[in-house]
Write a protein that binds this ligand. Structure first.
Ligand SMILES: CC(C)=CCC/C(C)=C(/C)COP(=O)(O)OP(=O)(O)O
Length: 438
């Protein structure tokens, strides 16, 4: 176990030296108060958005290098009229129940803190990252076994199911979603992530699995139809259905989406689908670069990677947790920025762990470390240090955003932000142990 990681339990996070312990316990207290207080279930999105508009940033929030008035200045968000910007969610939205916490649902209700965590062989500077909120390898085994069974049914990784088992996407779900021990909800996260990854491996990255840059865009267009079936077009729809049924990646995505539908409300579902589709735009950029044999400049890769990141995985957090973050809160600019910061930080963790794997393909993938080394003409070790520093800046940025949003009186929002924090902590833990990056 990573020395900084902690098992679940009320004492979590007290043995290490988390740098923001005060802020963390305040966050945990706030979530508990909000969950038990009168503002919990009945809080209207309009009132919360009003609070977001008027809440001044805390004095400790550092000034950004380039001010973004739309995002940061509370006044810029002030409504012109006192009318609520959105209808009461109770009246207009199918709001899912927010269950009160049970003793086994600790992950969303406390923060184990942030720390400088060792990674890899320990020879590089540490990653500043949330600590892992829960490590439960018995639960991970149950979820992973069910995931492997499902993979066998849908047909992905058919000739390498043992390797798929050792990759441990089921363990990733348990590490990244400490808020619940509901196996079916965790299996949903495991399936979605495995299906996204299968799509990435088979269509985008792995030449051995048939990935080719020129076929990628039409394949992705088909993925969208598998996940979000278009209106019936008679015989043409039958052809579409045949095409979906004949490709294990599409079967996996359709099946995972069906599971998702059992747990999500309409706006959650469309949030997850649309985020997936937005991620694909970045994939087509990589495909063009691969096809042309070009390496993008680092800034351009990062711009694409921000929309091709674990932000996509994080869109599942409230669904897996069994509650709903209102769409107007999820898309509020400061919340959006916070989740993007976290998603990008986590995907840099992925790039750091997959340098060797990605350099090995006949057509090497884009990877921030490889691109920095190429652009700067520096040794890989120096490029790793640059990427670590970039990661750490994103995590500090997320922490600042979380602090800034702490005044918003929404149990769901505070819970979601803790969920994002937990996702980052679980993601680092998983990358350090998964056979995929060995
Ligand atoms: C889980 C998910 C949203 C997967 C889709 C793609 C993505 C954001 C990745 C993390 C995959 O990136 P990459 O191809 O660099 O990952 P591997 O190194 O192949 O694991």
């Amino acid at each position: 176990m990573d020395e900084c990681s902690v098992a679940r339990g009320p004492g979590c996070g007290t043995d290490g030296p988390p740098r923001t312990a005060g802020a963390d316990s305040a966050a945990a207290e706030r979530v508990s108060r909000l969950l038990s207080g009168p503002s919990g279930l009945g809080t209207s999105a309009a009132r919360i958005l009003d609070a977001l508009r008027t809440a001044p940033p805390p004095p400790s929030a550092p000034a950004p290098a380039t001010p973004e008035p739309d995002v940061l200045a509370p006044d810029a968000l002030a409504p012109e009229s006192p009318e609520p910007a959105v209808p009461e969610p109770e009246a207009a939205l199918p709001v899912l129940p927010t269950p009160l916490p049970s003793p086994t649902r600790l992950g969303g209700l406390f923060s184990p803190g942030y720390a400088e965590r060792e990674w890899g062989d320990g020879s590089f500077p540490p990653l500043y990252c949330p600590l892992t909120a829960r490590i439960d390898d018995d639960l991970a085994r149950v979820v992973n076994d069910r995931l492997v069974e499902w993979a066998g049914e849908v047909g992905i990784y058919a000739d390498q199911l043992d390797r798929f088992r050792d990759t441990g996407f089921g363990r990733l779900a348990v590490l990244a979603h400490p808020e619940t021990d509901d196996v079916d909800a965790l299996l949903l996260a495991a399936k979605m992530n495995a299906a996204w990854w299968a799509c990435d491996d088979y269509y985008a990255d792995e030449s051995d699995l048939g990935a080719t840059p020129t076929e990628l865009p039409p394949r992705l267009a088909l993925v969208m139809s598998a996940m979000d079936p278009p209106p019936d077009a008679g015989g043409y729809s039958l052809r579409l259905d045949e095409a979906v049924r004949s490709d294990p990646v599409l079967v996996a995505l359709r099946s995972a989406t069906a599971h998702l539908k059992r747990h999500s409300g309409p706006s959650q579902l469309m949030r997850i689908l649309n985020t997936t589709f937005q991620m694909y735009v970045s994939w087509t950029a990589y495909a063009a670069w691969r096809h042309l044999g070009e390496l993008p400049p680092v800034w351009r890769y990062l711009a694409a990677r921000q929309h091709d990141s674990f932000y996509t995985s994080m869109t599942l957090i409230d669904v897996v947790g069994g509650y709903q973050l209102d769409a107007d809160l999820f898309y509020e600019p400061r919340v959006h920025r916070a989740v993007m910061q976290a998603g990008t930080a986590s995907v840099i963790v992925n790039d750091l762990h997959s340098v060797e794997r990605e350099a090995a393909d006949d057509l090497p993938d884009c990877n921030v470390v490889l691109l920095i080394a190429e652009e700067e003409g520096c040794p890989l070790e120096d490029a790793v240090r640059t990427a670590v520093a970039m990661h750490n800046d994103f995590v500090h940025g997320f922490e600042d955003s979380q602090r800034e949003l702490a005044a918003v009186p929404s149990a769901e929002l505070q819970r979601f932000l803790l969920g994002v924090q937990s996702w980052m902590g679980g993601c680092l833990e998983w990358h350090g142990a998964s056979d995929r990056y060995k």
